[in-house]
Design a protein around this ligand. Sequence first.
Ligand code: PMP
Ligand code: GLU
Length: 400
Amino acid sequence: MITNTTQEIAERARRIKASPTLALSARANELQAAGNSIINLTIGEPDFDTPSHIKEAAIKAIYDGQTKYTAVDGTTGLKKAVVDKFLRENRLKYELNQILVSCGAKHSLYNLFSVVLNAGDEVIIPAPYWVSYPDMVMLTDGKPVFIEAGLDQHFKITALQLEAAIHSKTRMIVLNSPSNPSGMAYSAKELKALAEVIMRHPHIIVVSDDIYEHHLWNHAPFTSILNVCPELADRALLVNSTSKTYAMTGWRIGYAAGPAYLISAMKNVQSQNTSSPTTVSQFAAQAALEGNQDCVGIMTKAYKERHDFVVGELQNMPGIACLPSDGTFYTLPSVKELLNKKKGVTNDFEFAEWLLQQTGIATVPGSAFGAPGHIRICYTTSMQNLTEAMKRLHQVVAEF
Ligand code: PMP
Ligand code: GLU
């Protein structure tokens, strides 16, 4: 008998929680709609609009009647644009059967975990990590294993730490550089050291989530793990997306490149869950990848200016420790010294809540990313909003 209780939900679904970034952003928007003066620094979503030439390609596609399903793995036009992108920007050569277009990088990752993991297989996830990796691994019966990399090591794991974490149950490692939430990027040398460890363990697949590759100012130009270690090509899966690069989060187009056997298995899964990604969005994504790339540089320049302002301000606040980011649009300051100084503010969850109540500044507690004692600030908002946010923050931090 169905009793409509949580117990009726499959055990697999009960392992996970809703994405905290999406949930907190929704809460900030609700508070704003209710008339509160909220500055939403929660969600990692470009505030820029999608460039016009991309929108025009989508409008044209609609009028051209491109309103049916496409091939499950994406249109040939878009897959060719992805192959060209890898050659042009990353000096990596792929064939069409090594590319799978999906409904966002999130979908690419989910497809990947579904086809690789058997129950209990371990996935190494360096912490701090993007919120969704552990939950996606758990949803697909795997077990996340974290390697801690604190502020003292610039939030980056070392080759020694990686070697120590690997054993017979390890099936995958997930790398994300530049990183959400820390903003840090591995140098080519650091990446090579990690690749050398992975080379010694042939049973491991490496996932490289490169969706912030263009939002990079240190260690630029971007280096892929396959640039420093081409020998990993038969067990490296690169994940990318148009979401952040071209301010196209709502269009939901991401893609994966890797060995044909993996891509083909992921395509089978996709054929059973979403069929093809949205047709109109695929035409927009093709225009994005093939069109003028100036928009990418313009957005990155703006993120860097905002970064310099925000990080400069945070570094001047007593009790806050903040490293400059190498790229992305995130910073992950430590607020550890401010904890236990005010009643009810004993951890980063309480700190973020207190901040929201006192100042209207919405952030995400670091614990959501495996970084307790920190908060994530996303600077995808205007300089005017950021100036106001930093002014409010200065005022309350001075009270401590
Ligand atoms: N990876 C990382 C590190 C992210 O920050 C995000 C943000 N949404 C994604 C993957 C998923 O991106 P999307 O599904 O919008 O392509
Ligand atoms: N990746 C973004 C973030 O971290 C978008 C939200 C999400 O997909 O979780 O805020």
